[in-house]
Design a protein around this ligand. Structure first.
Ligand code: RFL
Ligand code: PHB
Length: 389
């Protein structure tokens, strides 16, 4: 089999890249380790920056997003019982859109199928060969058969646990990592959201987040210790703990119900540099991870895709390799700023084991600065709605 760009991973990065390239007349094959049902069963991000919305529009897959997505002009932050709002539109002129990653992925799969572009699901033992030559290829096994896909370029869109990043020789990459001493326990429930806007709550008992997917689907998170297990958290215990971490007047309005999904995710900051080795380009979680506090994971994957598809389109339009040569540096420049924002917002709002009274006062002072200072709010808002590409 031969294609122009072999894409490893059929998550949002791989699908969006595939669709944008298809629109430019560039062929792709996607190799995905899981089944389509498995990929579509994952509950992940929920907040889309305008850059991602623009890319989905350019990709011709924003029709449902425009209809069903919720525009959020600001967000709420609370510290114990004090709650205040950061007005994104007032501070930056831009809003964000609440629309689940699951839905983005579904829209992209629908478009890919309509395009007739190939996706090889349940592709096992994917391996990248000769990425540092002009004739790279990818192999995998499917149903006991070995496939070989020859290509011009390989896009490594296979997430944090994929094979792409580790194909780059260890002496050709540098990794930067911070693992946080806590995780997020998340639930999805078919209940109306407690508020029209998200609430990021920093309390003595730890962080909590009230988010949503639509008018009758809510997503809530609690900071938890890494030793905790999902099975040990009944729905009742989750709701009780959430109420304790929210401002009292909001807790009173909280509508509870059975959870339809419950999971724990660890929190990590991670970057692998550079994001290119020869004809292999890393995109999204394959190259970097952020803690979810700033809602940046999916959005960073989108900015990588933007830079990479432009570089590839330039190359195939006969404009040379400059765009591809600049890819890693352009992407990393934005990645590091989002890493900083996600780290800052996590550090500001979570309780850390061993935190001293002084550390807590520093958090309180910074949250109070954010509550009362327009410049501090503008800086937060600009990062939250997304820095320009
Ligand atoms: P994905 O979504 O991980 O997709 C990678 C795809 O590659 C496949 N794959 C392979 N395919 C072939 N061969 C291999 N060897 C392969 N290894 C892996 C996988 O099956 C998968 O389908 O990466 P992508 O496309 O870069 O997208 C990135 C986003 O998914 C990610 O940044 C966000 O979801 C991060 N994230 C969150 N971000 C937010 O902004 N807000 C959130 O609330 C939020 N929650 C989350 C998250 C990530 C999570 N993970 C990765 C554990 C919650 C979770 C649980
Ligand atoms: C979500 O709705 O899943 C979500 C929203 C905002 C975040 C993280 C997760 O910062």
């Amino acid at each position: 089999m031969r294609t122009q760009v072999a894409i490893i991973g059929g998550g949002p990065s791989g699908l969006l890249l595939g669709r944008l390239l298809h629109r430019r007349g560039i062929n792709t094959v996607i190799l995905e380790r899981r089944s389509k049902a498995h990929v579509l069963g994952r509950i992940r991000a929920g907040v889309l920056e305008r850059g991602l919305v623009a890319l989905l529009t350019e990709a011709g897959v924003s029709e449902r997003l425009m209809r069903e997505g919720l525009r959020h002009d600001g967000t709420l932050l609370s510290f114990d019982d004090t709650m205040f709002r950061v007005d994104f539109v007032g501070a930056t002129g831009h809003a964000v859109t609440v629309y689940g990653q699951t839905e983005v992925t579904r829209d992209l799969y629908d478009a890919r199928e309509a395009d007739g572009a190939p996706t090889l699901f349940e592709a096992e033992d994917v391996a990248i060969h000769d990425a540092d030559s002009d004739t790279p290829f990818v192999t995998c096994t499917r149903g006991g058969e070995t496939l070989r896909i020859e290509c011009d370029f390989i896009a490594g869109c296979d997430g944090f646990h994929g094979v792409s990043r580790t194909t780059i020789p260890a002496d050709r990459r540098r990794e930067f990592e911070k693992v946080y001493p806590f995780g997020w326990l998340g639930i999805l429930s078919e209940t109306p959201p407690v508020n029209d806007e998200l609430i990021y709550a920093s309390s003595e008992r730890g962080f909590a987040l009230c988010s949503m997917r639509n008018a009758n689907l809510s997503r809530y998170y609690l900071q938890c210790s890494l030793e905790e297990r999902v099975e040990d958290w009944s729905d009742e215990a989750f709701w009780e703990e959430l109420k304790r971490r929210m401002p009292a007047d909001q807790a009173k309005r909280l509508v509870t119900g059975p959870s339809v999904e419950k999971s724990i995710a660890p929190l990590r900051s991670f970057v692998s540099e550079p994001m290119r080795w020869g004809r292999l380009f890393l995109c999204g979680d394959a190259a970097h991870i952020v803690p979810p506090t700033g809602a940046k994971g999916l959005n960073l994957a989108a900015s990588d895709v933007h830079y990479l598809h432009e570089g590839l389109a330039d190359h195939y339009a006969g404009r040379g390799m400059d765009g591809l040569d600049a890819y890693s540096a352009r992407a990393l420049s934005r990645v590091w700023k989002a890493e900083r924002f996600s780290w800052w917002f996590t550090t500001l709002t979570h309780r850390f084991p061993g935190q001293t009274g002084f550390d807590r006062r520093m958090q309180e002072a910074e949250i109070d600065l954010l509550r009362t200072n327009a410049a501090a709010q503008a800086a937060m808002a600009e990062n939250y709605v997304g820095l320009p590409y």
